[in-house]
Design a protein around this ligand. Sequence first.
Ligand code: PLP
Length: 402
Amino acid sequence: MSTLWYPYVQMKKKDDYPEVVSAKGVILNLKSGEYLIDATSSWWSVIHGYNHPRLNKALNEQIKKMAHVMLGGLTHEPAKLLADVLVEITPKGLNHVFFSDSGSVACEVAIKMAVQYYANQGRPEKMRLVALKKGYHGDTLGVMSVGTDDESMHAAFKHVLPTQFFVTPDDVKELETVFEHNHTVIAAFIVEPLMQGAGGFVLYSAEYLRQARVLCDRYDILFICDEVATGFGRLGKLFAINEAGVSPDIMVLGKGLTAGYIGHAATCASSKVFDAFYDDDPQKAFMHGPTFMGNPLACAVALESLALIKDTGVLAAVAHIETQLNKQLKNIESDYIKEIRIKGAMACIEVDNRVDMKRVQDEAKKQGVWLRPFGRFIYTMPAYIVSDAEIKKITDAMTHCL
Ligand SMILES: Cc1ncc(COP(=O)(O)O)c(C=O)c1O
């Protein structure tokens, strides 16, 4: 019996997992001597590929100075610099950055900020949230309440979660009705902009986000964009919300922030939000502070990753990947396919329930490709350095069983 408890799996039925001993670029080298092309970039985080010389160097240089120091009562340059750079590159008005250690926690922070924003103004009744159906914002308790559970994911916790409002993406009328009837108790509307990742790579329109911004302003509701999956170029723009040309009040970043090197995340807030905490009253301070927030190693690698994004034309690379994914997948025909969705460096084939997903994964592995399908979704979100030949191998593996 394994001492190591793995995520999202019935341990009693778990197969032996491939053991990775090293990784470089998009390649995972296995203990067995085989290698696999990683089609998932480790849950969409390793945006520049594994073992990148510039990222390694940034970490090595930082570790000679200090691996960690707390941000409670102390400060340091890597965190200050990263906050400055994030303010510069994120949508206009997001002028303050709060660090934490994972995407889930950064979304919790966003929710707490929204709730306390109204509490600080004497309106504690504004504490409920509106979220999109099929959303996912992480696995901690608060964010599970804004993720709709499919039949398996968070069902075991339903009874302990606060009840929130759920709306369908692209249905502006429904959103307006929910806001109209409940705005006095709603603190925030939280979305994954343009693409709902873990919910099945569901795409929806930038127009909906624009309308949501207008409605949030009209009904005095904060607009939270969770860019943990979509940020840092994944869908073609540096941030997905850029496609809508509006700014959220709060934006959450994770995964690609540190190029998948170290768990870290950021919750960026507008001056409007920050100002509601800026007061002589200590009770109005923001009450959160993870031990590893602003970890210097994480900040150093994030700064270098952002420099790489600038220097290496990542957005052009993503546009090229999108073209290749379209070329390889758009004309695939199969009775098993319900829909193919492609945007930026993301492709998802939604299949019907006749497809044996375990077989899809096993066959892909035989072809040297690491796929991790879930639900009815066979997807790729590769590192941006993936070559055309590697994309072809990935898409061949995705469609092999169809
Ligand atoms: C949109 C979104 N938000 C939040 C999270 C949670 O991030 P983490 O796994 O770092 O806690 C994820 C993870 O997949 C995500 O896709």
